[in-house]
Design a protein around this ligand. Structure first.
Ligand code: PEP
Ligand code: MN
Length: 383
């Protein structure tokens, strides 16, 4: 078994959200819908004029936090790498003049020191830094001296433990006003999005750490301003606590990430177009249709479990026969046939092919694991 597997049977520990946290979860309102945490601002602070125009467009929205990249971790060299510490001075002044809270990305201890010196309100650790435990430690040591609220973006690779590990490192150092930012994972093949959302990773992380606010960064996930509204809605539908949007007064002229930034007006339209979801239904009559369907789901799930258990017991018996005939466990032609027949049958029943493929692979893996057990226990008997 995967040593990192945390069974749902082990309830996540009861964490308390620390009082006075700046980074908050969505606030439930009287209507039942929640007020998400809104972070917005340019990918990079470029010039005082650009920042001024962008902030003016954002002020009417009442953002909870302004983001601004000061040091930019570019994939290739000789690109714009941020205005640096000099920019931090005017970014801080301009946000303060408007009573706005400011967040910047820090990736090196010297940047964290500068963030403290200029009294930035929040810092975030970017995807390329979360991957590096040494660096997270070094940053944490500097930030804990204040201590500052920190947002931790997911690592570029889809590794939940590494993401959680970064959080824990900061906690060990005494940082407790923390939040997670889901910005997607580098795709290894051509992909419709700049970064693959792999929603199951943030969903599992939230199950394990329900105390931490989880924000969605639809700009870096999609890489495409046209898709940002759709992903902002998905985030609401998946109970995220807020978003981090990249916003620029003139995105096509942005010095970094021009394709994914919204104008302030586009952000207004995006937010107005969103459907806030209720956390819970309070009126039991509203729930009746839902609970009947849930009962049916419970019943079908039990049937599926029963079928799965019987199906895998057969795999075990197949293993015994293969062993008796000295056959290899893996039978590639049979596996190919199972894949083809089940995929096409399932497809004609309205099941999604990639779901079918994943499920068949999982069942095959388990079947092989059981048969290996049969082979191993038999060979143990061999002198
Ligand atoms: C950013 O927020 O501008 C940034 C560089 O993000 P990420 O670390 O998600 O790539
Ligand atoms: Mn960016």
């Amino acid at each position: 078994m995967n040593p990192d597997f945390v069974s749902p049977l082990e309830q996540p520990a009861a964490f308390e959200v620390s009082k006075g946290s700046l980074l908050r979860k969505a606030i439930p309102s009287a209507s039942g819908a929640s007020k998400p945490f809104l972070i917005a601002g340019p990918c990079s602070a470029e010039t005082p004029a650009q920042f001024d125009l962008t902030l003016n467009g954002l002020v009417p929205l009442g953002p909870d936090l302004i983001r601004a990249g000061i040091w930019k971790p570019r994939t290739r060299p000789n690109r714009f790498e941020g205005v640096g510490v000099e920019g931090l001075r005017w970014v801080r002044e301009m946000t303060r003049e408007r009573n706005l809270l400011l967040a910047v990305e820090v990736a090196q201890p010297a940047q964290a020191e500068a963030a403290l010196k200029f009294e930035v309100d929040v810092v975030w650790i970017g995807a390329r830094t979360t991957v590096n435990p040494f660096l997270v430690d070094e940053l944490g040591k500097v930030l804990a001296s204040s201590p500052l609220p920190v947002m931790i973006k997911n690592p570029i690779n889809p590794d939940l433990e590494l993401w959680l590990g970064a959080v824990e490192r900061l906690e060990v150092l005494g940082l407790h006003d923390l939040a997670l930012v889901h910005r997607g994972f580098s795709p290894f093949e051509p992909s419709p999005y700049r970064n693959m959302p792999q929603w199951e990773i943030p969903i599992e992380l939230r199950r394990r750490r329900p105390d931490l606010p989880m924000y969605c960064d639809p700009s870096h996930i999609t890489g495409d301003a046209r898709l940002v509204p759709e992903f902002a809605q998905i985030a609401l539908d998946l109970c995220y606590d807020g978003w981090m949007f990249e916003v620029h007064h003139n995105p096509s002229h942005a010095w970094s990430d021009p394709d994914q930034q919204l104008t302030p007006d586009q952000l207004v339209r995006t937010l107005n177009g969103l459907k806030l979801r209720k956390n819970d239904l309070h009126d039991p009559s509203e729930l009746s249709g839902l609970s009947e369907l849930r009962q049916e789901v419970d019943h079908l799930d039990h049937e599926l479990l029963d079928l799965l258990s019987r199906r895998l017991q057969l795999s075990h018996r197949l293993g015994e026969i293969k062993k008796d005939f000295d056959l290899p466990i893996l039978q590639p032609r049979r596996w190919e046939q199972i894949l083809n027949t089940r995929t096409s049958a399932g497809h004609s029943m309205g099941l999604d092919s990639s779901f079918l493929f994943k499920w068949l692979q999982l069942m095959h893996q388990e079947s092989i694991r059981r048969q290996l057990e049969v082979y191993r226990s038999d060979s143990a008997k061999t002198p």
